[in-house]
Design a binder for this molecule. Structure first.
Ligand code: 4AD
Ligand code: MG
Length: 429
């Protein structure tokens, strides 16, 4: 049986074998320490000549940073710290000696680290971020799977633009032109009419030629869609969903949040209900601090920060001007000119993490909108069919996974939230 560092507590007093990589080494005349990393944790391996013999003690110098190793030794309770174990080494063997490892404990610039992303992911911080990401992914799936939603993943090659044509990735599909999906929403609207409550969760693409701390070119989005839900039901769902994810990370990933030095007192209050602001109310708040803001415009990142700084919970903004929203958004019949869209802004200035709303259900209105937005109706005939055959109100939203990870981990930039991020100007490694 393979023993991992995370299981050491069950093997105290036993002599076991671990396999991993040398994270750090430290040596004095009488005792030498190897920090061994195996993906599940890091353990101190102590070299005493009395335990490991002179030969192993002297060969310790061959262990370079990130060399892969097999270490045999006795598992001991740490003399000072409860629930911490160490290995009294008896023997070790180098499996693959590491060359001069480029990522040393000193400070490195971001470009260098991004260029070495394939190695950088071995470091403690990156490890913690990716673990939190995994927990969020599991929480997302458990939330919807536990509430009767059916997973109906959307295609990545798509003939139609969902979120406007300005940031579409065009690609060849044999002799045809296709796009990489910006959102699975239109397909979820179809599957919601088949299953009632659905979601998709997969990669989406936006050719955004901007270098910001929030924008990726390729990102993962989870998109639930519920037939018969209106915009208010949609905010209820998004609220329960957000609370579930944040509280679950707090419960299951406390150690990772500690490594990341995340101020968890900022996450603890994230429980519903969240404040809900009409676009006009949000504009009033913005205007006080940013008089230049033009009512009718979309919010910039600084405007979103102004709004979120008023609250210790995420905040919904709904009823954006129809003119700045996508073609499928339902206009509020009680408030012409305003769309029944609702976005959720994260706390602490992390910006929009959820975008969604209620969909237009009239085929005539949609045809008109498709024209106004300069889209080609023939690409949308199947979408219009959803309205032709038993149209109902429906609502849904999209949560950008990497933005959620950035927020929950408290990171300065979205680039650290995936193993191999795709950014404007960077697609290596
Ligand atoms: O607000 P967006 O564009 O909404 C949609 O795509 C809808 N069709 C979703 C739906 O209703 N089913 O994108 C949704 C979320 C944003 O709130 C943000 O979290 C994330 O996707 N997002 C990005 N994340 C990283 N990089 C980008 N370039 C992103 N663009 C959007
Ligand atoms: Mg949006």
């Amino acid at each position: 049986m393979r023993i991992y560092i995370s299981d050491l507590k069950d093997h105290v007093g036993q002599t076991i074998e671990l396999k991993g990589w040398a994270y750090q080494t430290r040596a004095s005349k009488k005792v030498k320490f190897l920090e061994l990393r195996d993906g599940t944790g890091i353990v101190s391996c102590v070299f005493f000549p009395a335990d490991c013999g002179e030969e192993n003690f002297n060969n310790f110098e061959q262990i370079t940073q990130e060399s892969s190793l097999k270490v045999t030794g006795e598992v001991r309770q740490h003399p000072k710290h409860a629930n911490v174990y160490e290995i009294a080494v008896k023997h070790f063997e180098i499996i693959g000696k590491s060359e001069n490892y480029p990522i040393t404990p000193k400070e490195h610039g971001t470009d260098f680290l991004m260029e070495n992303r394939h190695l950088w992911i071995r470091s403690k911080r990156q490890h913690a971020v990716l673990r939190v990401r995994h927990e969020i992914v599991m929480a997302i799936r458990d939330f919807f799977d536990g509430r009767g939603f059916t997973l109906t993943d959307a295609p990545i090659f798509t003939p139609a633009a969902c979120e406007g044509t300005s940031n579409l990735f065009e690609t060849k599909y044999f002799d045809d032109k296709m796009y990489l999906s910006q959102s699975g929403q239109l397909y979820m609207e179809a599957t919601a009419r088949a299953f009632g409550k659905v979601y998709c969760f997969g990669p989406t693409f936006r050719a955004e030629k901007s270098k910001t701390r929030r924008h990726l070119i390729e990102f993962w989005m989870v998109e639930p869609e519920v037939a018969f839900n209106d915009m208010y039901d949609n905010m209820d769902l998004a609220e329960q969903f957000t609370e579930y994810i944040v509280q679950r990370v707090l419960k299951n990933r406390a150690e990772e949040l500690r490594v990341l030095e995340r101020d968890i007192t900022k996450l603890e209050p994230i429980k519903g209900p969240f404040p809900r602001l009409h676009y006009k109310e949000a504009c009033e708040i913005i205007k006080k601090e940013n008089p230049e803001f033009i009512i009718g415009d979309d919010f910039g990142a600084p405007d979103e920060t102004i709004i979120s700084s008023q609250f210790d919970k995420p905040v919904f903004v709904h009823h954006y001007p129809q003119a700045i929203k996508a073609f499928y958004m339902k206009e509020d019949p009680k408030e012409p000119g305003y769309a029944m869209g609702c976005d959720m802004l994260a706390t602490e200035g992390y910006g929009e993490v959820i975008g969604g709303g209620q969909r237009e259900e009239s085929v005539e209105v949609l045809i008109q909108r498709i024209k106004e937005h300069g889209l080609d109706q023939k690409d949308f005939e199947w979408y219009l069919d959803i309205r032709r055959y038993g149209s109902v109100p429906s609502s849904g939203f999209g949560l950008g996974l990497e933005r959620a990870v950035t927020w929950i981990c408290g990171l300065p930039h979205v680039r650290e939230t995936g193993s191999f991020p795709r950014l404007y100007g960077r697609a290596y490694p």
